[in-house]
Structure formats: structure tokens, C-alpha cells
Write a protein that binds this ligand. Structure first.
Ligand code: DX5
Ligand code: ZN
Length: 219
């Protein structure tokens, strides 16, 4: 339905060289930049806030895909709206999810909805006609460098089935432990947006890694 997009996660970049790292990803052919915002409450880690996202967006010419792992995305999303093309919130967060998604769209961003590994697919079903992107977490959110959970591919398949059954058009994104092998499995299951931090920022040749991941290169 959509061409596959590759979204390197800046969580794995060298924060001391933010501008260079943004340009490195962009020049390597990244389609989007993925920005992981963590509040130390929704997840057991604190990453960065609006100023960091704005600084990244100021350098980037590609869309910024902001993933809010925060308990109150309704309160905080406006601070990211100007620098983000897409804002994804979690279905488990402590807010009125439907109202917050609507507010995000009103702010001229597309909106995404994500679910933790332990959350059943049914939790996102009521919102599928209100989103532009479904983000299936393939690790427990909070840290980069974890191992992909293959059983999460079932949620990707459910998203794909529900999207065609209900004639909807949200993208399906996977996030966590994505490398060449798990990217292939995710694309086969129906994912059309792949977030990858460690495997891309640590690649010897990021451009080749992105091409291969997208399915154009030689595996
Ligand atoms: C995890 C974040 C991910 C993370 C992915 O909570 O949502 O975006 O940066 O990192 P890797 O690709 O290293 O698993
Ligand atoms: Zn993320």
C-alpha cells in the first residue's frame, strides 16, 4: 500500500554531534528521523525533550517522527508540534486518547498510536479510523539495543487485516530491535515503516544498510 520508509532513531546517535548525526542519517537516505521522548514515568528512562527535537528538526529536511513515551502526551505534545511532522502517543498513557489524537491532527501533524508488547491489539481497535500511523512496539519501550520480540508480528498482521477490512489507510510502523533480518520479517508481516537505532547508527555503511533494509539492496 505504501513504499517502505526507514526511520533511524536518534536515540542511538552521538548526542555530542547532533547536527552531524542528523545529516549523516539524512545523507544516507533516511526517509524520516525518529525521535524517542521519554519522561522517566511512562518508561524507566529519560531521553530528551522539546529543545532537542527542535534542534534536530532545524537541521533535518526530512520529516521528524516523534514518539512520545510519556504519561501525559495531551499536556506535552504541543511543545513538539512545530518541530514534528508526526506525533505518536501510547494507548496506555494517562489521557483521553481519542481527544488527544484529534488535537494532534488539529495542530497540523499526523498522528500515530502505539502499544506496548503486553497490550493486546484490541486496545487500539477503537482508534484505527482516527490515526495516520500504528506503531507496534517490538521491544519493551524505554531503551535502545534490545532484542526484537517476534511474537509482536502478529499485531502487525492484525493491523494489516483490519486496515484492509475497514478500508483505512494508516501506516504500520515497527520499533525496537530492527536489523536486516527482523526488518525483512516485519515487511513480510505488513510493516511499511521501520524504526532502527542501533543497527543503522552502528552500521559501517549506513547508506548501504538503509538500502538493504528497504528491500532494494542485496541481502
Ligand atoms: C525504544 C525506542 C526505540 C529505540 C529503538 O523505546 O522507542 O525507537 O530507539 O532502538 P533499537 O533500534 O536500538 O532497538
Ligand atoms: Zn521509538
Amino acid at each position: 500500500m505504501f513504499p517502505t520508509v526507514i526511520a533511524p532513531s536518534l536515540l542511538a546517535c552521538d548526542f555530542g554531534k547532533l547536527n552531524e548525526e542528523v545529516l549523516r542519517a539524512q545523507n544516507a537516505g533516511a526517509d524520516w528521523l525518529h525521535l524517542d521522548v521519554m519522561d522517566g514515568h511512562f518508561v524507566d528512562n529519560i531521553s530528551f525533550g522539546p529543545a532537542f527535537v527542535a534542534a534536530s528538526a532545524a537541521v533535518a529536511e526530512i520529516p521528524v517522527d516523534t514518539h512520545l513515551m510519556v504519561s501525559r502526551p495531551d499536556h506535552y505534545f504541543p511543545r513538539f508540534a512545530e518541530s514534528s511532522a508526526n506525533i505518536t502517543i501510547h494507548v496506555e498513557s494517562l489521557c483521553d486518547v481519542g481527544a488527544t489524537l484529534a488535537e494532534i491532527r488539529k495542530s497540523n501533524c499526523t498522528c500515530g498510536l502505539s502499544l506496548r508488547p503486553a497490550t493486546p491489539f484490541e486496545a487500539v481497535e477503537p482508534y484505527l479510523d482516527k490515526i495516520d500511523l500504528l506503531l507496534v512496539m517490538t521491544v519493551e519501550p524505554g531503551f535502545g539495543g534490545q532484542s526484537f520480540m517476534p511474537e509482536m508480528l502478529e499485531k502487525v498482521r492484525q493491523g494489516l487485516a483490519m486496515r484492509s477490512r475497514r478500508r483505512l489507510s494508516f501506516r504500520i510502523e515497527v520499533d525496537g530491535g530492527i536489523n536486516q533480518e527482523t526488518a525483512k520479517l516485519s515487511i513480510e508481516a505488513g510493516a511499511d515503516a521501520l524504526v532502527a537505532g542501533t543497527s543503522l547508527f552502528r552500521a559501517a555503511d549506513m547508506a548501504a544498510a538503509i538500502r538493504t533494509m528497504r528491500g532494494n539492496g542485496v541481502m
